[in-house]
Design a protein around this ligand. Structure first.
Ligand SMILES: *Cc1c(COP(=O)(O)O)cnc(C)c1O
Length: 391
């Protein structure tokens, strides 16, 4: 069968992937495939998936509402907690209203395909997340990809776009493999100039960027300003918020429209009350204890500085994603393997995920890493880097 042939071909090209087994919760120290290891690749940026208040809230919700919601939101599955979560998200993002979906992936699929259709144009950043790409494809709009964060190229793509029925510019707020931030104010200007909608995917910005951790709009000082109303803010509840689900925050009309039009919202069972309660609790903890963001930022800076001191070409960053450029894909793999031997889990990112010759280690930092954890990681980077001839 073709399955076997395809699998053999994947193996031959070094693209075959296997699942790793995590035993226990997603914390700085995890048990992977039976061995304790320090995790530097989790999206659980604030450690909320194991926060006592978040866990307690989830457990209470299961006691009160059970495990499954039993129906889609528009039939019998709409529970008080779903609506409360949407109100919480809207307040947190400074938007009029919000809608939640079962995952971030389903959010992008449902929202983009509901907003755009045949005869429309989508301008999509070349480094956008797969869920955005799939949402664009599903919409059947014309897709034009522009060079990464290149506003000149975006203008080229939009030139003559007035012949389309509607236009949408869509970007990651924080790009998932590079950790850089989309130039939101410029994109807003361009969107207004070309009469286009602007959608930003804050999966890696929510709970990370901005003084209160509300994302890219706050980071650029636009939160609560009239301009921010023009931004369709998408994000996940599965990363910094330690739960699962995705959201879109925006105007009341936009959200009402999505409730009526987004197929991944309409034709899927509402997510479990426990997940909703966990996400609500996570937002409340962040609002109550914003100093946790300080801890995350200290950790990011400490690790970046340490890597730079060792001689790695790492750029200072405000996001929790720290790419360590290696270049050659085999060398990136060897580095990741060596780090793992030394007790540090950091994945190697290679083509086709990133362009040829730009393989890298993708390090992510959590607020729950201790200074000692980071020191241990730096020591491993020193040892492995020297052994691989990188530093
Ligand atoms: C993770 C991610 C998603 C998908 O979110 P899930 O909740 O994991 O489905 C969407 N967009 C970006 C940029 C992501 O990194």
């Amino acid at each position: 069968m073709f399955f076997a042939e395809e699998l053999a071909s994947l193996k031959e090209h070094g693209l075959y992937r296997r699942l790793r087994m995590m035993d226990g919760p997603q914390e700085a120290r995890v048990n992977i495939d039976g061995r304790e290891i320090l995790l530097f690749s989790s999206n659980n940026y604030l450690g909320f998936s194991t926060h006592p208040d978040v866990k307690a809230s989830c457990i209470r919700a299961v006691e009160e509402f059970g495990t499954g919601s039993g129906g889609s939101r528009l039939t019998t599955g709409n529970m008080r907690l779903h609506r409360k979560l949407e109100e919480k998200v809207a307040g947190f993002k400074g938007a009029e209203d919000a809608i939640v979906f079962n995952t971030g992936y389903m959010t992008n699929l449902g929202a983009i395909a509901a907003l755009m259709g045949k005869g429309d144009l989508i301008a999509s950043d070349e480094l956008n997340h797969a869920s955005i790409i799939d949402g664009c494809r599903l919409s059947r709009a014309e897709i034009k990809v522009f060079a990464h964060s290149d506003v000149r190229d975006l203008r080229c793509v939009l030139a003559g776009a007035s012949s389309y029925r509607r236009r949408l510019i869509v970007v990651d707020g924080v790009f998932s493999m590079d950790g850089d931030i989309a130039p939101l104010p410029l994109l807003l200007e361009i969107a207004s100039e070309y009469n286009a909608l602007l959608m930003v995917d804050d999966a890696h910005a929510t709970g990370v960027l901005g003084r209160k951790g509300t994302g890219t709009v706050e980071y650029f000082g636009l939160k609560g300003k009239p301009e921010s109303k023009a931004v369709i803010q998408m994000g996940t509840l599965s990363k910094a918020f330690g739960s699962e689900g995705g959201y879109v925050a925006g105007s009341r009309e936009l959200i009402d429209y999505l409730r009526n039009k987004a197929r991944s919202f309409i034709f899927s069972t509402a997510f479990s009350p426990g997940s909703a309660a966990a996400a609500i609790a996570a937002i409340e903890v962040l609002e109550r204890e914003p100093q946790i963001l300080q801890r995350l930022r200290l950790n990011i800076n400490y690790l970046v500085e340490g890597l730079r001191r060792l001689g790695y070409r790492v750029e200072p960053t405000e996001t929790a994603i720290i790419p360590v450029p290696i270049g050659d894909s085999k060398q990136a793999l060897a580095m990741a393997a060596h780090l793992e031997e030394l007790g540090i889990f950091v994945p190697a990112i290679r083509p086709p995920t990133v362009p040829e010759g730009t393989s890298r280690l993708r390090v992510t930092v959590m607020a729950t890493h201790t200074t000692r954890d980071i020191d241990i990681a730096l020591e491993a980077f020193k040892k492995a880097g020297k052994a691989q001839g990188l530093i």
